[in-house]
Design a protein around this ligand. Sequence first.
Ligand SMILES: [Zn+2]
Ligand SMILES: [Zn+2]
Length: 238
Amino acid sequence: MNVKILFDKESKNKKLRVGWGVSFLINETVLFDTGEDGAWLLDNIRLLDVDISKIKTVVISHEHWDHIGGLWELLGEKKGIKVYICPGFSDEFKAKVKKSGGAPVEAKTLTEVDKDIFVTGEIEGKYKGCYMPEQALILKTARGISVITGCAHPGIIKMIKKAKSLFPQEDIYSALGGFHLLDENGETIKNIAGEFRKLGVKKAGPTHCSGEETKRIFREEYGKDFIDIDVGGSKSCF
Ligand SMILES: [Zn+2]
Ligand SMILES: [Zn+2]
């Protein structure tokens, strides 16, 4: 399994666009989230020599601007492509996907979107007091499962536990993405890093809304098993 970082907030390559939100490309075929801006996403796709014709499926973690922002321009290039969403996403969003040329697929429960690549199905979450459904991506590899999150509004531990419950026989090889710990204090973050260890998560890659303090604490906790997420980077270790 290969995870290519198409959009996020940092890059070693100054030519690439960076900003708020994430977009990860799995095995060249499954795009998880689309970042905040379509033109920027398409710029990075071009600059990274990604073959857009190979992208078969889009998965949207949740309906926030920094995860759906690039979807509309992408759909302009990929008419008819499947877009995996949660049933709880808004009717407006579903209608806009259709109008923009996408084929929305509502995943209520665990669904395989490509070989060994799954969505968890809808997980209940809240954002600023409102219901915010979210799904994570699960990659099934020889070393266990890898869990990829957009913002983890339902709670990163809850989402990892959900993934584990869907694959009870598997170890959790890695967890990466937005952990939404931006406003949490050091003690809470340390407890969460401890929970990761208890759950047996072998590698961790907090980025996006995880916050700098979270990155610092996880880097300390995980050492060589910390996954650095940078735009243009390719993580083939899963
Ligand atoms: Zn976000
Ligand atoms: Zn969000």
